[in-house]
Design a protein around this ligand. Sequence first.
Ligand code: SAH
Length: 255
Amino acid sequence: MSGIVYLVGAGPGDPGLLTRKAHALLQSADAIVHDHLVAPEILALAAPDAERVFVGKKGGGFCCPQRDIEGTLIALARAGRRVVRLKGGDPFVFGRGGEEAEALAAAGIAFEIVPGVTSALAAAAYAGIPLTHRSHASAVVFLTGHEDPNKADSAIHWEDYGRLGATLCIYMGMKNLETIMRRLQAGGLAPDTPAAVIQSATTGQHRQFISTASRIARESETAGFGAPAIVVVGAVAALSSQLAWFAAQTESISA
Ligand code: SAH
């Protein structure tokens, strides 16, 4: 009899942000397939005798080609296992959950998708940045700063987003932050637009840095910020100076 694969969002790190559904599936799964962004405290919730398969990729290095991950999920399900494929944040937001679901569908394997708190929402909430605000922003955009390394050009026309007036949440943006911020400004983003970098949001290592569009890339690098981090660009980022409640270590630079 064929098993089933649950593509489950583990949230951004704080185990309290795991859904009840994710928690129950973790406890009842007999195989857990996970990557490096899933917090150890969350993995510890799985049944002690569940098989754990690590398929992490770190910093763009390829431990496990995507095709192999999909093959692993299919093989486990064909062996009759109840598989939880655990992903940081939400499985359908920059998590390649779409590709895995497509592979499962093509192989005729039963699957379900369990959403998780995506890191942009969590990072903003813990940093005290309301992503929308009646006085400051009526739209939010989720973007990736790091795309498929096999793609020659960035599919994102950053200049267009510079004149949108929306709050921009950039995932995987730290490596290319200088270029991204330059292109946003070339498109019309005011250099003094507030911007925030939130690293390891919701975890014990949570750090945040508030600056401006023209300065954040250089300053956050000097301050030692790096992945995993969310960059929030827009007027709302300035509210963090009043609303930050979680940061153990907040470094603020006024514009
Ligand atoms: N599916 C995930 C995103 C995976 S892409 C989600 O919904 O959140 C990996 C990127 O997510 C990282 O480079 C970083 O930009 C972001 N990220 C994941 N966890 C994070 C955290 N705890 N704090 C800040 N950014 C995080």
